[in-house]
Design a protein around this ligand. Structure first.
Ligand code: FES
Length: 119
């Protein structure tokens, strides 16, 4: 049902992408399923090796995730390499859509990405 989906907005510089995401999917899953034109996003396919899926969450979203699903050591190490790191940065392959999320989830995708495997 519609209750099990959320509207996800990806803000990428001047560009904005919107797609329906299902509860249980990661933000990376949404990008892949809808083939959103975010160049290089999710290069390691969610295997916690690249940091190209860096997203900046809204404060309330970040704080909820930080309680329920805090970043692990691998994620933190990768985030250290991500350009435009912010206090509310996470990796999109580690953030799942939940029923607790607002109807509209908005994340910023920095326009510069870096693949940690190449450094
Ligand atoms: Fe590579 Fe998330 S897709 S770390």
């Amino acid at each position: 049902s519609n209750l099990d989906t959320k509207n996800v907005k990806f803000l990428n510089g001047e560009r904005k992408f919107e797609a329906r995401g299902k509860v249980g999917q990661t933000l990376l899953d949404v990008v892949v399923e809808h083939d959103l034109d975010l160049d290089g996003f999710g290069a390691c396919e969610g295997t916690l090796a690249c940091c190209t899926c860096h997203v900046i969450l809204r404060k309330s979203h970040y704080e909820r995730e930080d309680k329920l699903n805090p970043a692990g050591e691998e994620e933190l190490d990768l985030l250290d390499m991500a350009p435009e790191l912010n206090d509310y940065s996470r990796l999109g392959c580690q953030i799942k859509i939940t029923n607790k999320d607002a109807e509209v989830i908005e994340v910023v995708v920095p326009s510069i990405t870096r693949d940690a495997r190449n450094s």
